[in-house]
Design a protein around this ligand. Structure first.
Ligand SMILES: *[C@@H]1O[C@H](CO)[C@@H](O)[C@H](O)[C@H]1NC(C)=O
Ligand SMILES: *[C@@H]1O[C@H](CO)[C@@H](O)[C@H](O)[C@H]1NC(C)=O
Ligand SMILES: *[C@@H]1O[C@H](CO)[C@@H](O)[C@H](O)[C@H]1NC(C)=O
Ligand SMILES: *[C@@H]1O[C@H](CO)[C@@H](O)[C@H](O)[C@H]1NC(C)=O
Ligand SMILES: *[C@@H]1O[C@H](CO)[C@@H](O)[C@H](O)[C@H]1NC(C)=O
Ligand SMILES: *[C@@H]1O[C@H](CO)[C@@H](O)[C@H](O)[C@H]1NC(C)=O
Ligand SMILES: *[C@@H]1O[C@H](CO)[C@@H](O)[C@H](O)[C@H]1NC(C)=O
Ligand SMILES: *[C@@H]1O[C@H](CO)[C@@H](O)[C@H](O)[C@H]1NC(C)=O
Ligand SMILES: *[C@@H]1O[C@H](CO)[C@@H](O)[C@H](O)[C@H]1NC(C)=O
Ligand SMILES: *[C@@H]1O[C@H](CO)[C@@H](O)[C@H](O)[C@H]1NC(C)=O
Ligand SMILES: *[C@@H]1O[C@H](CO)[C@@H](O)[C@H](O)[C@H]1NC(C)=O
Ligand SMILES: *[C@@H]1O[C@H](CO)[C@@H](O)[C@H](O)[C@H]1NC(C)=O
Length: 768
């Protein structure tokens, strides 16, 4: 099962490309999906890689093109934005301005010029001022600041169209001619260029947003295999030839058909979003969603553009780029004929592995999907709505982190501090703010200081772990749902036939016993027994804690699975320690970096943690899997499915703990998992560490000290103290009252380096 080879081979192939100029030959697996495609031809939609795999490597570089070939469907089309040099050579470069995506502004300082571009004076470095040989020492770099710049030292040269065709031998080549009018003003003819280049290389598609350009070449290409595609820009932008807006031209497809065989439209022409980034409701009376059907009626192919995994897209997709592609290619009404993507691996998976699966396609692999506070990516954590969604989305196990109210009611809430998941700080209970160092650093408002009735009056608030990147979760439902007592949670789970278990996690048991006179372990046992779980065979009960003494309390319950959560990042565990763990636990939870450690969001390798624990027959569950791309290492291509697949197929983990259970549950059903040796590259695990090997020394981040090995002293805990008889206390009894300041409690461990460096990069982007 642990086939870590495929993408490792891929990236070493890329290395070869880098160092020797040799091009890797691709042998991705073909797809055989029965034809249910609602494309114009009935064939699967095409994947068009914009500048290659430009989501990771510098746009239009050999490495970006190579990676696209290696990680995509076998008929992937490489997209080249053509610019002309002073001597009429056609180069692939993403922008009219060479300073956006290369080091030209540094190498040729003081050569900035200002030209009129579509009537707008535009300063920059332009290819019309340089011959091809002038550009030979210019190096491509990352032009999009939210993406990693760690490959900027790799000396990627500017490629000509012929270079891309001859060296990379793509199955298809797409030339985009964005600025024919500009080059014409400077006496450089794109028409002559495409005529001559199409004599020497096979061009599959030529696109342009300029009507005059396409009309001028239409006759020349009428009898060739090259297809002409009219590119739509923004709805209100003016097309220079007709002086009409692109929006109005989109209603005049008969006219487009006179010179083109297809159209390329921004994705919001097809699925418009409202001002809050939600898709407009999908109803048959909404005319705009008919773009694809109307174009198909005209005999025009429709390609959709602007797909990237690392920019915010509609909330309806829950930050899952795969879900977005599926909505364009498998929605029951139509399929676009191709997508233009910066991350071609994701549409490749969508088309070959996930389209037309159906919600009840069978599981292909044995990977347990455990929710994290319910579907807390979509609803406030631990509310009924979050649990309902988790069940609907196909989680096997839903989780209840048990907290105690002042009047001794056990209920589900992500954390003992109410500030994290409610608006308590803005309520009349804000005067209950206290500091309790045994529980957390900083101050909080703790569940045991409010009665259950009071807690029910609080407004739940959705978790926003990536708010620093301005990535917010489902704003429309940010206060939706009601909190549940543990007993209600257990009843709900009992009625959900798709579940295989519940996970109940218990923290701060010692503090609650000693300082608040509450036995959370007894309360949990009582609730389980009252709900009939002791005799329930259909649902497995999992009890999770970071405290071995808590698990010991449940030792006699021999039908429960006891789950030990390691609360630090580790790289291994001593055999003696694992033997200790075996004495009180049946399985273990570790965090993602204990499996694949990272440095500045690059995976540095794979630890022995999973193999060590599994060699003692302890299943390993890993947390926390999220859809937001900033939660994933670069190695996973900003694709949550690639990440899950790499942990499962590569590291062999037994379960995922996720706040977006839909993504993980869907992953298990994909048809590419059953192909054995023919598993395509896009469903193969990434090779840990291989991406980092591509970074040149100057750009390499400083090495970090490895995580520690888990030792015996890390797992032994004093037994739980007896439950003291505590008289009703003033709020925060045992703590010190503090002013109601915002919480600054730190989690016990944080991946600070990853987050802070990405924060800086994204902050830069947000300034643009
Ligand atoms: C594709 O699948 C269909 C139905 O599953 C099968 O009949 C056909 O032979 C397959 N084609 C190829 C080329 O494998
Ligand atoms: C640079 O080019 C990228 C596309 O390659 C584009 O997204 C970005 O907006 C451009 N930046 C500037 C400053 O023009
Ligand atoms: C283009 O060529 C024409 C005629 O050959 C000439 O008059 C004009 O100055 C040239 N323009 C540029 C920008 O070189
Ligand atoms: C379509 O566009 C062409 C070119 O601008 C114009 O001549 C024609 O009148 C338009 N037709 C309609 C129905 O708008
Ligand atoms: C384009 O339309 C605008 C207003 O509709 C008009 O002012 C302008 O002269 C037109 N330009 C051309 C080249 O027809
Ligand atoms: C997108 O989500 C919004 C809000 O939940 C909903 O009203 C709308 O119908 C959804 N759109 C589609 C196309 O599913
Ligand atoms: C999915 O399940 C439903 C009922 O559970 C069944 O009627 C339907 O045929 C199934 N669909 C597929 C594609 O298996
Ligand atoms: C907190 O404020 C409420 C009124 O908003 C008051 O009834 C309560 O006694 C206060 N509690 C403390 C501990 O000050
Ligand atoms: C989530 O938000 C949508 C749109 O506002 C609303 O229709 C739906 O009822 C909300 N769901 C819950 C569980 O509150
Ligand atoms: C559960 O099973 C035990 C025996 O295994 C039995 O004594 C007990 O009465 C059962 N409880 C319920 C609620 O059925
Ligand atoms: C640890 O345990 C594994 C498997 O039980 C065994 O193969 C290995 O030799 C042990 N290592 C040490 C250092 O004892
Ligand atoms: C609680 O919230 C604080 C502040 O937002 C955060 O630093 C901390 O990690 C959160 N703790 C948990 C367990 O969610």
């Amino acid at each position: 099962m642990c086939n870590t080879r495929a993408l490792g081979v891929v990236l070493s192939a890329v290395l070869v490309v880098l160092h020797c100029g040799v091009i890797a030959q691709v042998s991705a697996q073909g797809s055989n999906t029965t034809s249910r495609w609602q494309t114009l031809s009935g064939n699967p939609p095409l994947v068009v890689a914009r500048g290659g795999f430009s989501g990771l490597f510098p746009d239009s570089s050999s490495v970006a093109y190579s990676l696209a070939l290696i990680t995509s469907v076998p008929d992937v089309i490489l997209w080249c934005d053509v610019q002309l040099t002073k001597d009429g050579a056609g180069i692939c470069f993403p922008d009219l301005k060479l300073d956006n995506g290369s080091n030209i502004a540094v190498v040729l300082k003081n050569q900035r010029k200002t030209y009129l571009v579509n009537g707008v004076p535009t300063p920059g470095w332009f290819s019309i001022d340089y011959t091809l040989s002038d550009l030979s020492n210019i190096i491509l770099n990352q032009g999009v600041y939210s993406r990693t710049n760690k490959f900027d030292g790799n000396v990627f040269q500017i490629l000509t169209v012929e270079d891309v065709a001859r060296q990379l031998k793509p199955p298809g080549l797409w030339l985009n001619i964005q600025h024919d009018a500009f080059y014409l003003q400077h006496n450089l003819s794109m028409i002559s260029f495409v005529r001559s280049v199409s004599r020497s290389v096979v061009v599959s598609y030529i696109s342009s947003p300029e009507v005059s350009f396409l009309r001028n070449i239409a006759a020349r290409f009428r009898r060739s295999t090259t297809k002409l595609v009219f590119r739509f820009l923004g709805q209100t932008d003016i097309e220079p030839t007709t002086n009409q807006t692109y929006g109005s031209l989109s209603k005049n497809l008969t006219f487009i058909k006179t010179f083109a065989s297809g159209v390329l439209v921004p994705k919001d022409y097809i699925w418009p979003v409202d001002e809050n980034l939600y898709l407009l409701p999908h109803t048959s009376v909404v005319p705009h969603t008919s773009v694809v059907l109307d174009a198909h009626k005209e005999g025009l192919e429709v390609f959709a553009s602007n797909f990237a995994n690392d920019v915010p897209f509609s909330f309806n997709y829950s930050y899952d780029p795969l879900a977005e592609y599926l909505h364009f290619i498998d929605n029951g009404d139509f399929s676009v004929d191709g997508v233009l993507s910066d991350f071609p691996i994701t549409p490749s998976e969508a088309i070959d592995c996930f389209a037309h699966l159906g919600r009840n396609a069978s599981k292909q692999v044995d990977l347990l999907v455990i929710s994290k506070n319910g579907a807390s990516g979509n609803f406030p954590g631990c509310t009924g709505s979050a649990y309902e969604k988790a069940i609907l989305d196909g989680a096997d196990v839903i989780d209840c982190p048990v907290q105690m109210s002042k009047d001794g009611i056990p209920f589900c809430l992500s954390f003992i501090n109410l500030i994290n998941s409610t608006t308590v700080a803005q309520s009349s209970f804000s005067n209950l703010t206290v500091t309790i160092p045994e529980i957390m650093a900083g101050s909080g408002i703790f569940t045991f200081d409010l009665t259950w009735n009071e807690i029910q009056t609080l407004t739940p608030s959705i978790s926003n772990p990536y708010f620093r990147y301005k990535l917010f979760r489902n704003p429309k439902n940010k206060s939706a749902g009601k909190f549940l007592k543990l007993s209600d949670f257990l009843d709900m789970a009992k009625n959900a036939s798709s579940l295989s278990g519940v996970l109940i996690s218990i923290e701060n048991a010692a503090y609650l016993a000693e300082k608040r006179g509450m036995s959370v372990t007894d309360e949990v046992m009582k609730a389980l027994s009252n709900a009939g779980y002791d005799n329930l065979t259909a649902l497995k009960v999992m009890i999770q804690s970071t405290n071995s003494s808590v698990l010991m309390k449940f030792k006699e319950k021999n039908n429960y699975e006891l789950v030990y959560k390691v609360d630090e990042q580790i790289r291994d565990a001593l055999n003696s320690t694992v033997e200790d763990i075996k004495k009180f636990a049946h399985s273990v939870v570790v965090d993602k970096e204990s499996v694949f450690p990272e440095n500045t969001a690059f995976i540095t390798g794979v630890t022995d943690v999973v193999t060590r624990l599994q060699s003692f027959k302890l299943p390993v569950y890993v947390e926390t899997f999220s859809n937001e791309f900033v939660s994933q290492a670069w190695d996973f291509f900003s694709d949550a499915t690639v990440e899950i697949n790499s942990f499962f197929m590569g590291a062999g983990i037994n379960g995922v703990i996720t706040d977006f259970p839909e993504t993980a549950a869907r992953y298990r059903r994909n048809r590419c998992l059953s192909r054995g040796d023919n598993t395509p590259a896009y469903m193969s695990p990434v090779q840990p560490g291989s991406l980092m090997q591509l970074i040149t020394p100057l750009y390499l981040p400083p090495a970090e000290a490895p995580n520690p090995v888990l030792t015996d002293s890390d797992v032994v805990e004093p037994p739980l103290p007896p439950v003291t008889q505590v008289p009703p206390l003033a709020p925060g009894g045992g703590g010190t009252a503090a002013a109601p300041t915002p919480p600054n409690g730190q989690p016990k461990f944080t991946a600070c380096i990853f987050l802070s460096s990405m924060a800086t990069i994204l902050a830069t982007l947000l300034l643009l």
